[in-house]
Design a protein around this ligand. Structure first.
Ligand code: N01
Length: 547
């Protein structure tokens, strides 16, 4: 897609009151949505951002080792060829500070800051049917109104601090990785406890162990991880990428997960054992999330998946010297990649260090936090610092904490008490003119995020342009279309092994009391894009549009 040519820039600094569109959040989604609505359609737009800078999830997740698991050249915007040609990535996987530099560059390059208000947390949004306006209230009590409200709040932005008794009594310091202090944390000489072995815990473990006096990792669910094989971005590779960006982006848009590689056509069960081993070895050497693509049936056939489980188990056993520790690390209880698979740099190697200990809190659960540290059923661990790498109230959490009320004052929270119900993950019946970028029911977290985000933003922008051309004032998903979509989202998940991971945040299972519903759309990004395009081509089928 070519650069957007700004027709006119309707927004102006400091303006309050009524807007064509309000956007909540200034991460990847909010920045591009602002650019699209303001510079392509000429709407008056204001972005409200709780943080003091752009970046969204990346603004808050500054924990040690924070790095993207998608490769840098494809974890970026594709909407501007000039942008992708001028920006140079320094490593195969970008570190958090580099992503922040990139997003700040985007904000400056497209002159976005003048329409973003930082340090403004939205606490409530109410739809006023008579006026066809969204009334938005901020924490400071300010009121703003707009015809369109667009949530760009991310899927993983509502930190999940476990409710462990005694936390308030702890005399050391504790942190959640998703709310990391901006001036960092010095672990030198400290006894550190890290709770959680998801992607975040696995990234943070080796980095913390490198400076802490001692690191104790509290593992509840053993996790699969494949080496990332990070390294500097070679100039030649960067040149090649830039010369072929058109083709690379086309491929990314056409694949299931929004990455520039296809899933193999081979079944893990149809090749001979030696060939299978050789293919896994090659994928292990190459490293990264692409390991999932080694065979076509890894996510749909348990027996095929078991071959990957065994391969990864054997690799961990080769690395970890203490067999008892290796046993604990490999006591897998779910299929490989049924939870979002991490990739790592020396995670398993860390447990060979003298200053790192693994504690199995599945067999010996955490009972309480004491003034000195963590007590499990079978042991006491004295700590100076506790790091909670315990994830997020994913996908619905960021929306729920806003307090969104639609037609007749109905609260989204009440409507979703049995699980989220959306149409295409983009709209909710009863909430006219509200769009939810990467909302539940869209591929979002099962896709390389910028690809999912750009598709949503383009679709929303085209939809608003369509309405404007026809003098339409209101769009709302019908209840019938939403019901059918929820059914389809369930069918798509059930066709895979993804729902088999009992503790997965995809299912909401990591948050006590949260309904167990598979939230993202597992039918693949390419298929989802076709469905959305088809809906639009048919005059926004499944939506009711009004004058
Ligand atoms: O969170 P998680 P995360 N006692 O929910 C454990 C993305 N991401 O922050 O599995 C003990 O995956 C919990 O145990 P269990 C990526 O999409 C992306 O690591 O519930 N343990 C689990 O081990 C990822 O999937 C990048 O039994 C407790 C861990 O905490 C998503 O963010 C980098 C506990 C939480 O794992 C979330 O990852 C990093 C308790 N009370 C993350 N409560 C990129 O590459 C929870 N746990 C962009």
């Amino acid at each position: 897609m070519p650069d957007f040519i700004p027709e006119r820039s309707a927004s102006s600094p400091g303006r309050t009151g009524d807007w064509d569109a309000l956007i909540i959040g200034a991460g990847f989604s909010g920045l591009y949505q602002l650019h699209s609505l303001r510079d392509r359609l000429g709407l008056s737009v204001q972005v409200l951002e709780a943080g003091d800078g752009v970046g969204g999830t990346w603004y808050w997740n500054r924990y040690p080792g924070a790095r993207c698991d998608s490769e840098s050249y494809c974890y970026s915007y594709s909407f501007s060829d000039e942008l992708q040609q001028e920006w140079n990535w320094s490593e195969r996987y970008p570190e958090q500070p580099e992503i922040m530099r990139y997003l700040n560059h985007v904000a400056d390059r497209f002159d976005l800051r003048r329409d973003i208000r930082f340090g403004v947390r939205v606490t409530e949004a109410r739809y006023d049917e008579a006026a066809n306006r969204w009334h938005v209230t901020t924490e400071a009590g300010e009121q703003l109104t707009a015809k369109f409200l667009i949530t760009a709040v991310g899927c993983l932005s509502s930190a999940n601090v476990p409710d462990i008794p005694g936390l308030e009594s702890f005399t050391g310091r504790w942190y959640h990785t998703g709310q990391w202090p901006h001036d960092g944390v010095d672990f030198t000489g400290k006894r550190v406890g890290l709770v959680g072995t998801g992607s975040t815990g696995i990234q943070a473990t080796p980095v913390i162990a490198a400076t802490a006096a001692h690191l104790t990792v509290f593992q509840r669910t053993p996790n699969f991880s494949v080496p990332a094989r990070n390294g500097p971005m070679a100039d030649e590779f960067q040149r090649e990428v830039k010369a072929n960006y058109g083709e690379i982006r086309r491929k990314m848009r056409a694949t299931t997960n929004g990455h520039p590689y296809s899933i193999s056509g081979r079944s893990a069960l149809e090749v001979a054992a030696e060939e299978r081993q050789a293919l896994y070895e090659a994928a292990w050497e190459q490293g990264g999330l692409q390991f999932r693509a080694t065979f076509q049936d890894l996510l749909v056939n348990k027996a095929a998946n078991d071959t990957a489980v065994e391969f990864i188990r054997s690799k961990i056993r080769q690395v970890v010297k203490d067999p008892a520790v290796a046993d604990t690390l490999t006591a897998f209880d779910h299929p490989y990649a049924a939870k979002r698979p991490p990739i790592d740099t020396e995670y398993f190697e860390t447990f060979n260090r003298d200053n790192a200990t693994l504690v199995d809190v599945r067999t010996s659960p955490i009972e309480r936090i004491t003034p000195q540290g963590i007590r499990t059923r079978d042991g006491e661990y004295d700590l100076d610092i506790i790091v909670f790498a315990t994830g997020f109230d994913a996908m619905t959490g960021p929306l729920m904490r806003i307090g969104i009320h639609g037609r007749d004052g109905r609260s989204m929270k009440d409507m979703w008490n049995a699980g989220p119900r959306t149409y295409l993950g983009l709209q909710v019946a009863g909430f006219p003119n509200l769009f939810t970028i990467t909302g539940p029911g869209s591929p979002s977290v099962l896709c390389n995020m910028p690809v999912a985000i750009e598709q949503h933003v383009d679709w929303i922008t085209d939809c608003i342009a369509y309405m404007r051309e026809r003098g339409l004032e209101r769009i709302e998903a019908t209840a019938d279309a939403a019901d059918k979509w929820v059914e389809h989202v369930n069918e798509a998940a059930d066709a895979t092994l993804l729902p088999l991971a009992a503790s997965s945040w995809y299912l909401g299972a990591n948050v006590p009391g949260k309904p167990r519903v598979f939230m993202p759309y597992a039918g693949g990004m390419a298929r989802y894009r076709d469905i959305c395009n088809d809906v639009a081509t048919k005059g926004y089928e499944g939506f009711s549009l009004g004058g």
